[in-house]
Write a protein that binds this ligand. Structure first.
Ligand code: PLP
Length: 462
């Protein structure tokens, strides 16, 4: 299986190299050259299997010769062994025809653990084999950083630098990034918003001298291996509800577009997804794009669902590439416009192609709070604010097929918002005991590329 860049001019790579590279050298994102299809009987055979076995069967065709089946089986088993629920991604019914897919039973309480726990192990295997040393850098709105640190702390041959927007993450999120004692973990509080963090990371990748000197790689959702691991739970949930015989709908609380893009790949693999709904908070660039064809950034407005406080949604580039008939040069032109002028207008055909796969909706802060309160009253479900955005939007898209809303984080990760909506302060699950009292270690740095690179070189040398 080979991977090509969405901007059309980077070398094509196998799975292992695409995973270790993170971002393509032309600034694009890697996507599979061809998406493998699961036949209906192969899909039906997934029913009732353990999550780990579903993961193996769904991911195997994307990996090619990069890892043996035994490597993959072992990595999957270890990745999910620490999850607090035996089903890994349990489905709960909220209302007739509406289900919640709980993706928050991993070690850092957000769906990011599904991919990060797995790629931590795959990186380890690949680096041990090649003797290489890498520097992982990631921008985070909170959950990617904690999941990455949890997955890579203490691993040999890897330094991990995580940039988060100072003061814009919840206390639980911050502590999950600043309390790891391992010396290969470096949490950086950047004086800027999430888009600034993401922009500096992209600048580092464009600084080829720095990139090559430190062996830079990314484990943000721009890394294809992250998207791959997230395809699995779309299959697990849909098959539990009757796929391939019965189609389903999904609603996905969306920021950087990685999670919902995994759903789009599942659909191309043959999973009958009748509707794939993008749910945004008040930072609604994606919803506006679908309404108006104008993809135009505005200032980020901090919300109670901070992991979705994004204007530049990186993985949307992958959806554009698909919608533009995989024309890398055309995608590169739109991305240059986005960078230079803050936005672009979608060509007619592209918008139509996107609308054939995705629908969209938004939830205001008040609607999000009201949804948390209402679902707590009946059926008694405590939602994190991101999941509540999803439920609010999903309710406007219910129909003939069962709807699955992705619950992307545990309510205890965002206790202030949950308490404000319900009067109830959710307790941290037992595996996080001690988090609120451990000593923190964090570097405060300005939004400046040279300073960041200097700091990183010094830490790597130390
Ligand atoms: C990361 C995250 C999202 C957004 O997911 P994307 O893949 O970036 O679209 C939504 N909710 C939570 C809790 C998250 O951590």
């Amino acid at each position: 299986m080979n991977y090509v860049s969405t901007r059309g001019s980077a070398p094509r790579l196998g799975f292992g190299e695409a995973m270790l590279a993170g971002l393509a050298r032309d600034g694009g994102l890697y996507v599979p050259e061809a998406v493998p299809v699961l036949a209906p009987d192969e899909m039906a055979a997934l029913a009732g299997l353990p999550y780990e076995e579903v993961a193996l069967r769904v991911m195997r065709p994307f990996i090619g010769a990069a890892f043996t089946e035994d490597d993959l089986r072992t990595a999957i088993a270890e990745a999910y062994a620490g999850f607090a629920h035996p089903a890994r991604a349990p489905l709960k019914q909220l209302a007739p025809g509406h289900f919640l897919l709980e993706l928050f039973h991993g070690p850092t309480l957000a769906f990011k653990d599904f991919a990060m726990q797995l790629i931590g192990r795959l990186f380890q295997t690949a680096l041990a084999r090649s003797g290489r040393r890498l520097t992982i850098v990631g921008a985070t709105s909170g959950d990617t950083g904690s999941a990455a640190i949890e997955a890579f702390r203490g691993l040999p041959n890897v330094d991990v630098f995580i940039l988060f927007p100072e003061g814009r993450v919840s206390e639980v999120q911050r502590r999950q990034m600043t309390t790891a004692p391992e010396p290969n973990v470096h949490a950086i509080a950047l004086a800027g918003d999430f888009d600034a963090c993401q922009a500096r990371v992209k600048d580092m990748f464009n600084d080829f001298a720095f990139r090559d000197a430190v062996g830079l790689t990314a484990v943000n959702s721009i890394n294809w291996a992250r998207v791959l691991a997230q395809i699995v739970y779309f299959f697990a949930a849909a098959v539990a509800l009757g796929a391939p015989h019965r189609p389903v709908r999904f609603t996905v609380p969306t920021g950087n577009f990685g999670d919902i893009y995994a759903g789009a790949i599942a659909r191309r693999m043959g999973l009958p997804i009748a509707r794939l709904v993008i749910a945004t908070n008040q930072n609604d660039i994606l919803h506006r794009t679908f309404e108006t064809a104008e993809h135009r950034t505005e200032a980020v407005r901090p919300s109670i669902s901070p992991s979705m406080d994004i204007q530049v949604s990186s993985n949307f580039e992958r959806a554009l590439f698909d919608a533009m008939d995989r024309d890398g040069a055309a995608v590169a032109t739109l991305m240059a416009e986005l960078k230079g002028e803050g936005g672009f207008r979608l060509p007619q055909g592209t918008l139509a192609a996107l609308r054939a796969v995705y629908a969209s909706g938004r939830a205001s802060e008040a609607e999000t709070m009201a949804t948390i309160a209402r679902l707590h009253a009946a059926p008694g479900e405590l939602l994190c604010p991101h999941s509540a955005v999803g439920v609010h939007v999903a309710e406007a898209h219910l129909g003939a097929e069962p709807m699955v809303t992705l619950a992307t984080a545990h309510p205890a990760k965002f206790p202030d918002a949950v308490e404000a909506a319900t009067g109830l302060r959710p307790a941290l699950p037992p595996q996080l005991a001690g988090l609120m009292t451990r000593p923190e270690r964090v570097e405060h740095l300005p939004d400046d590329l040279a300073t960041l690179e200097g700091y990183m070189r010094a830490r790597i040398a130390a």
